[in-house]
Design a protein around this ligand. Sequence first.
Ligand SMILES: C[S@@+](CC[C@H](N)C(=O)[O-])C[C@H]1O[C@@H](n2cnc3c(N)ncnc32)[C@H](O)[C@@H]1O
Length: 237
Amino acid sequence: MSSYTLPALDSRLALIASMVPQGTVVADIGTDHGFLPVYLVKQGRCSRAYACDINEKPLDKAKFLISRHGVSDKIEARLTNGLSGLEETDVDTVIIAGMGGELIATILENGKTLVRKSGVTLLLQPMTRPETLREYLAKNGFEITEEHGVKSGKFIYSVIKCVYTGIPQPQTLFHNYVGGLGKSDRTESADYLKRTLDIIKKKTAGLEMSSKESEREQLPAHRQLIEQLEQLIGGTK
Ligand SMILES: C[S@@+](CC[C@H](N)C(=O)[O-])C[C@H]1O[C@@H](n2cnc3c(N)ncnc32)[C@H](O)[C@@H]1O
């Protein structure tokens, strides 16, 4: 291994890295710069990794980093759409970070064979529409086992750890907006929930102004979510 020191991961990537189960084989989908797989292998947290991207340019950046750090024997760079081609590998941790929640859900749906294998852990970090991703997970039998908020620059994100159980989870707004954050003891998780409460309050105000029956029907569930969030946030102070 080369003696180049890795630049420190930013807080978002550092949280993801800290949630990777020790000793696993990781596939980082949409790896871009390749920081995560190189970091994980160099730290000894992962034995091997696949750095995957759908675009050549980012994959070239990852290949450069892999070779510069002397870990080409442990990390394979692959040009792939989502999880395709990884079904027959021994990957047991899948990371999909820095993409929209809907795209992450599509990648999971198209990569069913791998992500629904027993013993496979998923680490997902949506940049947008986290509620759509959590809804997909609940409907399709994925259980969120851990979730934490993390601030990076001006933004706040959540990192979801989940596994496939095959048992659909309750289809509630609470699940879709809170996920596993209610059980997290990180201050940033409480901050994430406060931001979620602001979003839901604005959405509810919009529903209250609406003349459409279909929108007004959503009001009771949104009001209940506001109460639940206020209780949860009160409890995390
Ligand atoms: C914003 S970057 C995120 C990089 C890194 N994962 C992170 O969180 O910092 C998104 C990357 O996902 C890649 N990407 C987008 N759609 C993809 C797909 N369907 N399969 C694999 N990679 C994809 C893009 O080419 C890009 O490099």
